[in-house]
Ligand binder design. Structure first.
Ligand SMILES: NC(=O)c1ccc[n+]([C@@H]2O[C@H](COP(=O)([O-])OP(=O)(O)OC[C@H]3O[C@@H](n4cnc5c(N)ncnc54)[C@H](OP(=O)(O)O)[C@@H]3O)[C@@H](O)[C@H]2O)c1
Length: 226
């Protein structure tokens, strides 16, 4: 079992999805830094989250500085910003695990699956960054609404896909530390399922007037052994 405290940088952690994950990981004991294009915005977001947590656990910095000091980088930016943001950080990402949360939504029809020509946007990111970065796909099906209250128990599984088994294990551990159940979903190509599923969940939210539909994999019992 992995117990080491990790240095986690959340690029885009000033936003809805990343800030919820950052809070939960900080509370679980990880060293968390929020990365932003604007260091002042990152520091302000960290201060706000620390106030919510009641402890000064999270730091904020410019994304390149935050990535440099991290073991694991988590990317939580809109689809249109995914590739330019990661390519801009390519040098400092080298040798690290990058967990990509991006869903290839194309507004305004976000409740309709509109995958890019390459199918998975996370696979496209791995191709652009090269083998020096271990890209893992996770958290696409967890709504920010669920994450924002760090005390809320979340009824949702996380499909974790990636071509490096150890990197997948790190993401599965981080899912657990965020109060979720991470499930090994195999190679990075399988990310396409989680990426497409988010539009279905948005459709379900709208149809049934609920804020945060999620997914559960049945048949595993409480503690799956990967
Ligand atoms: N929200 C959800 O419920 C949810 C659920 C599952 C997956 N996701 C996925 O997670 C990702 C983040 O979602 P979110 O709702 O947190 O997004 P968001 O709040 O709109 O944006 C997150 C951060 O991305 C950065 N950003 C925004 N536009 C940018 C641009 N044009 N160029 C570079 N950076 C930009 C901003 O950070 P700085 O200004 O600080 O740089 C922003 O605070 C998306 O891919 C989304 O599909 C979201």
């Amino acid at each position: 079992m992995m117990t080491k405290t990790l240095s986690v940088c959340v690029v885009g952690g000033t936003g809805a999805e990343g800030s919820g994950l950052a809070m939960r990981w900080a509370r679980a004991g990880h060293r968390v830094t929020i990365g932003s294009r604007d260091p002042a915005k990152a520091e302000a977001a960290a201060a706000e989250l620390n106030q919510k947590l009641g402890k000064p656990l999270i730091c904020g910095a410019a994304s390149s500085d935050a990535v440099t000091g991290a073991d694991v980088v988590v990317l939580t930016v809109p689809y249109a910003a995914q590739m330019p943001t990661a390519e801009g950080l390519k040098d400092v990402l080298d040798g690290k695990i990058l967990i990509d949360v991006t869903v290839p939504l194309v507004p305004p029809k976000v409740s309709r699956v509109q995958l890019p020509p390459t199918d998975s946007c996370v696979v496209a990111l791995q191709a652009a960054l090269g083998e020096g970065v271990k890209v893992v796909s996770a958290f696409q099906n967890v709504s920010a609404h669920k994450l924002k209250d760090p005390d809320k128990v979340i009824d949702c599984d996380v499909l974790v896909a990636g071509d490096d088994k150890e990197a997948r294990a790190v993401a599965i551990r981080l899912a657990g530390d965020a109060g979720l159940r991470g499930i090994d979903a195999g190679p990075l190509a399988n990310s396409v399922v989680a990426e497409a599923l988010t539009s279905v969940l948005i459709f379900i939210n709208r149809t049934y007037k609920i804020p945060d539909a999620g997914i559960r994999i049945t048949g595993l019992g409480e503690t799956p052994a990967a």
